[in-house]
Design a protein. Sequence first.
Length: 87
Amino acid sequence: MATQKLQVSRAAAVSPSNTVDIPYVGYPSGPTLACVIYTGTGGDIKVMTDGGDEVTFASTNPGTFLPVQVVRVFATGTSATNILALW
């Protein structure tokens, strides 16, 4: 079975927010760009996808990569911590 390799060029800590999208840290700055996320400690992660869907990934394990294009991590509904945005 083939495995997909995750390669990123930028990363930043995520501050969960119910109203603010994850700010892109690369150049050019400006519009929000969707990212995949990594969680250092497990728990629930509620996100808004690039397509506008609000979903909760329940009981994620520590060290989990979520291969979903995410624009926001919600404070309400997220118990996981040490979340990183990866572009």
